[in-house]
Design a protein around this ligand. Structure first.
Ligand SMILES: [Ca+2]
Ligand SMILES: [Ca+2]
Ligand SMILES: [Ca+2]
Length: 147
């Protein structure tokens, strides 16, 4: 994944986040425990849920291979089967998040945003990477192709 990919949708994404989150900012939504910073776990959950929503075209809470393929041309069945841990024929958000955590999909992005290297993302750091914190800016999930 590259920051270029992420920033491509920035303008549209800002509009989307304004329209869908009138009060809570994406940062607030991600800050599940409300302590004012985003931990790695909170960041992974936020990014994963956005990506999942983007893939789940019919909004039934399940991502099928066809849905994934439609959203991400690089989708492949072998990876899908790894994601679909229980072989149900679809991937749940839980399975997706587990795969993200296993693969470290968002490690690089998190480290890049955490400019003061204190292990959490604060408001100022999030602001500097504003385009990442919008629903349509996520890169492709699950990123299992990372070495
Ligand atoms: Ca937090
Ligand atoms: Ca679906
Ligand atoms: Ca930080």
């Amino acid at each position: 994944m590259t920051f270029r990919q992420i920033s491509v949708m920035a303008a549209a994404a800002l509009l989307v986040s304004c329209a869908t989150t009138p009060k809570a900012t994406p940062f607030d939504i991600g800050d599940a425990n409300g302590n004012g910073t985003l931990s790695k776990e909170e960041f992974e959950a936020l990014m994963s849920s956005w990506t999942f929503k983007r893939y789940d075209a019919n909004k039934d809470g399940k991502v099928t291979f066809d849905e994934w393929k439609a959203a991400d041309p690089t989708a492949d069945m072998a990876t899908f089967k790894k994601l679909d841990a229980n072989g149900a024929g679809f991937v749940t958000l839980e399975e997706g998040l587990a795969a993200v955590r296993r693969a470290g999909t968002f490690n690089e992005l998190f480290d890049a945003i955490d400019t003061n290297k204190d292990g959490v993302i604060d408001q100022a750091e999030a602001k500097a990477y504003g385009q990442v914190f919008s629903e349509s800016s996520t890169n492709n999930f699950p990123g299992l192709k990372r070495k």
